[in-house]
Design a binder for this molecule. Structure first.
Ligand SMILES: N[C@@H](CCC(=O)N[C@@H](CS)C(=O)NCC(=O)O)C(=O)O
Length: 273
């Protein structure tokens, strides 16, 4: 039986935090989900699945317009909302469905805790673990802004203010990581690979999904925030670490298909431009 069940839209770099950690420390996880557009046709539940006609008769399904990220109504069970009080995805569950965990960084921590016997990714003492938490918290501050940016790009109403705020937030995030690495190549905390590195790699992949919206960026006369060539010049240690991480064999099964698809989109866009 899987140690953790996850429900999310797919692909989702924030869910990849958990799958990369699970691969590294041998934790079995079960993933349910679908393309973002299709999740409005799914039952949001521990037993998540596509909706069926009979669901129309169920009194425990609450149909509500999403507050973040989905244009349509979402169908969440009362039990889902009991275990997931914020009602968001990615959503993780204990194997019996009784305990819900949300926020991708907390789901990542759960995987690391479950797998620490095989490989410890969450620090060797309270100080190291807390420093790792500091990186996760800094990443969440950045992630909040990148979410606003990516959602505004998908709604094609991104403004210069949103774009510039995101760029500023990315620069603050990368500046800290660049300084923390100080030439270290294995990891941000005590030069050991930890969930801080996994979170960092996935959040950079997430913001680089702006490349799925190159038309919108051009129409709104906006520059990308995640220009890898420029970022490499400005934050050489952070971006070299990012490159090393995404080509690591535990990361690449999740990251490479997404990054290759985005790179191809950029090449195709330049060809038609
Ligand atoms: N910071 C959270 C973001 C979670 C989130 O905002 N999820 C949105 C989709 S991007 C959601 O589930 N929205 C459902 C709703 O608003 O009802 C994380 O990293 O897990």
């Amino acid at each position: 039986m899987a140690a953790l069940r996850l429900f999310s839209y797919l692909p989702n770099p924030r869910l990849m935090k958990a799958t990369i950690a699970a691969r590294l420390c041998g934790v079995e996880i079960e993933i349910r989900g679908d393309r973002p557009d299709n999740l409005s046709n799914w039952l949001w539940d521990f037993e998540a699945r596509p909706l069926i006609d009979a669901d129309g008769d169920r009194a425990d399904i609450i149909a509500k317009t999403a507050h973040t990220g989905f244009g349509k109504k979402l169908y969440k069970t009362e039990q889902f909302l009991k275990t997931q009080p914020f009602g968001t995805v990615p959503a993780a569950f204990s194997p019996d469905g009784a305990m819900g965990i949300w926020e991708s960084n907390s789901i990542l921590r759960a995987v690391a805790r479950l797998g620490r016997e095989k490989l410890n990714l969450y620090g060797s003492d309270a100080y190291e673990a807390s420093r790792i938490d500091s990186f996760l918290d800094s990443a969440l501050v950045f992630a909040r802004q990148s979410q606003i940016y990516l959602l505004s790009l998908s709604k094609t109403d991104c403004t210069t203010e949103i774009r510039d705020e995101t760029s500023k937030s990315l620069n603050i995030f990368l500046k800290g990581i660049d300084a923390a690495l100080l030439g270290n190549t294995e990891g941000m905390v005590e030069n050991k690979l930890s969930i801080a590195d996994i979170c960092f790699a996935c959040e950079v992949c997430q913001v680089s999904r702006e490349r799925a919206h190159l038309n919108t960026l051009e129409e709104n006369k906006l520059e990308k925030v995640c220009d890898f060539d420029l970022l490499k010049l400005e934050y050489p240690s952070a971006m070299a670490h990012f490159d090393r991480l995404i080509s690591n064999k535990y990361f690449s099964p999740d990251i490479s298909p997404l990054m290759n698809k985005l790179a191809k989109r950029e090449i195709d866009f330049k060809k038609t431009d």
